[in-house]
Design a protein around this ligand. Structure first.
Ligand code: UT7
Length: 323
């Protein structure tokens, strides 16, 4: 069977860094509270004239360089974002133009913090069907643009950034010893949409984009159980146990969620965490964490990774991939 194999990754974080001390000057908060409740110390914030497509383009260019291929060799670009530059055209089309590819299909996926898993699943199905061979999957967000900077319950949590991976078709045996994406597992429950949402949008508020609203404690309760459920499902689906896994790479929302989930999976020593430095970068957090872990020499060829995410919708999902 055809599998989607991992070829390379790339990442980009905006230059400006916002510390917990900076936030103390903006809202009624303090470094001790943020550190204890979230594990976050710093987040990167886009510059005045910088947009999601700029972050995504830089991450994609780095991934192309690391893969040693040109933009012309891409058959498809999928970009997961909740903060597109414009309502339309898609941010993926802007990135395609920036990269210099003039023909391949390019589109955005909107599943908030689960966006990168949804995008990977979509890319994987295009590859497995034989329709496309080389696919760029990007997660990019500028959540700082839609955060309410007067709401201390949310503004301390988010940051901006982009990560990209390139997947390529490879004929394999079809066993759990194959490399590449072994399976993806996607979920949503729109009846819980009021737990995490933006209070505006093109159709609802006549073009006013709106601000992010969240019932944090409620989302927290859903997060751990749903992340554990979809991660276990990915392992069982492929006849693996947690002992076979090298790394758990969760969406980076809150260190307490990451640790509670890893503990329930009995994989505390396999947790990749970048939330301290990056905060919650929504669709970008997983590819940013993958890229960091490769750069740090943690992830090596042949490693088995469980990717897992939850976000607005609620949406959640997992992906089992052997690098
Ligand atoms: O990416 C999508 C998924 N999103 C998530 O996974 C986020 C999930 N939720 C969370 O991470 C946590 O719920 C938060 C970090 C948002 C909040 O932590 P919490 O332990 O659930 O705190 P809380 O909202 O129950 O607030 C506890 C107290 C409250 O004060 P009182 O009512 O006990 O007096 C808040 O007003 O902490 C207060 N508080 C703060 N204090 C200092 C809330 N935000 C802050 C703050 N600084 N920034």
């Amino acid at each position: 069977m055809i599998r989607s194999t991992f070829i390379a990754s790339g990442a980009y974080l905006p230059e400006k860094i916002l510390t917990n001390a900076d936030l103390e000057q903006m809202v009624d908060t303090n470094d001790a509270w943020i550190t204890e409740r979230t594990g976050i110390k710093t987040r990167h914030i886009v510059a005045e004239n910088e947009m999601t497509s700029d972050l995504a383009t830089k991450a994609a260019q780095q991934a192309l360089k690391n893969a040693n291929i040109t933009a012309d060799e891409l058959d498809l670009i999928i970009l997961a974002t909740t903060t597109p530059d414009n309502t339309f055209p898609s941010t993926a089309c802007k990135v395609q133009a920036n990269l210099g590819n003039k023909t391949c299909p390019a589109f955005d996926i909107q599943a908030v913090c689960t966006g990168f898993i949804y995008a990977l699943a979509t890319a994987d199905n295009f590859i497995k069907s034989g329709q496309y061979k080389t696919v760029m999957v990007i997660g990019a967000d500028s959540l700082s643009r839609i955060v309410d900077w007067n709401d201390r319950g949310t503004c301390i949590l988010f940051g901006d950034g982009a990560g990209a991976v390139i997947l390529q078709a490879k004929e394999q045996l079809g066993t759990n010893q194959d490399t590449g994406i072994l399976s993806t597992h996607l979920y949503s429950d729109g009846s819980t949409r009021d737990l995490l949402y933006v209070d505006g949008g093109a159709a609802q508020t006549n073009g006013e984009v709106g601000k992010l609203r969240m019932l944090g404690t409620e989302v927290f309760k859903h997060a751990v159980s749903k992340l554990v459920q979809c991660s276990k499902e990915a392992l069982e689906h492929n006849d693996f146990t947690i002992e076979n896994v090298d790394w758990i790479i969760p969406h980076q929302a809150n260190q307490r969620i990451l640790e509670a989930t890893a503990k329930k999976l009995k994989a505390q020593d396999k947790l990749i965490s970048t939330v301290r430095d990056h905060a919650n970068t929504s669709a970008a957090s997983i590819p940013l964490a993958i890229n960091s872990a490769i750069h740090d020499g943690k992830i090596k060829n042949g490693d088995l990774l469980v990717l897992q995410a939850i976000g607005g919708g609620l949406t959640w999902g997992s992906c089992l991939i052997k690098i």
